[in-house]
Design a binder for this molecule. Structure first.
Ligand code: ATP
Ligand code: MG
Length: 248
């Protein structure tokens, strides 16, 4: 679905935020890209859909160069941004969710059906008439997910979708990922919180200081070790309260 070759991003201040990234993202897979703060996850997401310009390298989406066809690509690839505020477009939750389907000119009936479905899937029923700016951080994230669901995209990329969410919120996002997978969508989750999502991943890619360091099944990658990339191996269980600390 995506073919990334030699993707490099150098900023004017000399920072090389992505260095020669090669990545194939296959149709219908659930890919988790893990990397610590500053590893380049958000930049990679923006480049996948043509929102940021590479210094060198190419991204193809179904054979189309996203540098030329970014706007078209963004109609079929849904994005959930790390900063949920950046994504708000409507005066109310319902309007906000309807924005995508309206843009796709789906008609009033189909739009209303999709909005209702997306609201139910994200548990936003009580907020349907609320102004998005008054939602909590977690509710805004759910709103972003609802907007993407209503677009009916073939692929969804989520940047740190669990940040700021409470337990029911995390469960809801995970249920969404599971449902998207079941519906045959391609799902890319960029996150360092492996313990929340790894069970749903078909594949795990490790991004570290702008480079891809590992790529394989979650079992294989964790087996080779991820701690040196600033990622915590989630295969730990705590039996006693005294053990429930990330310090252990
Ligand atoms: N305009 C810029 N000029 C210089 N460096 C930049 C610029 N924008 C981003 N960077 C750098 O690029 C690197 C990658 O940033 P990015 O936002 O992709 O990281 P991330 O993996 O999403 O981190 P986080 O987990 O904190 O969200 C960082 O080191 C960041 O400081
Ligand atoms: Mg980020």
């Amino acid at each position: 679905m995506f073919s990334v070759h030699g993707l490099t991003k150098r900023f004017p201040d000399g920072t090389e935020a992505l260095s020669g990234v090669d990545l194939e993202i296959r149709e219908k897979e659930c890919l988790v890209v893990a990397g610590s703060n500053g590893s380049g996850k958000t930049l990679l997401m923006r480049m996948l859909v043509g929102l940021a310009k590479p210094s060198s390298g190419t991204v193809l989406y179904r054979g189309m160069d996203v540098a030329a066809y970014g706007a078209l690509v963004r109609r079929s690839v849904g994005l959930v941004f790390q900063d949920a505020d950046a994504q708000v477009v409507g005066e109310t939750v319902e309007e906000d969710i309807a924005f995508g389907p309206n843009n796709l000119k789906l008609g009033a009936r189909e739009t209303a059906r999709r909005v209702a479905e997306a609201i139910a899937a994200t548990g936003l029923e009580a907020k349907r008439a609320a102004p998005p700016r008054r939602l909590s951080g977690g509710e805004k994230r759910r709103l972003a997910v609802a907007g993407v669901l209503a677009m009916g995209c073939g692929a969804v990329i989520m940047d740190e979708p669990f940040a700021n969410l409470d337990w029911p919120g995390v469960v809801q996002v995970l249920a969404t990922v599971r449902d998207l997978k079941a519906a045959g969508k391609t799902v890319v989750v960029l996150s360092h919180e492996l313990e929340k999502v790894l069970a749903l991943a078909d594949r795990l890619v490790i991004l570290d200081r702008g480079r891809i360091r590992d790529d394989g099944t979650p079992e294989a990658v964790l087996g080779r070790g991820v701690a040196s990339y600033g990622i915590r191996d989630p295969r730990q269980s705590y039996e006693r309260v005294e053990d429930c600390s990330w310090l252990s």
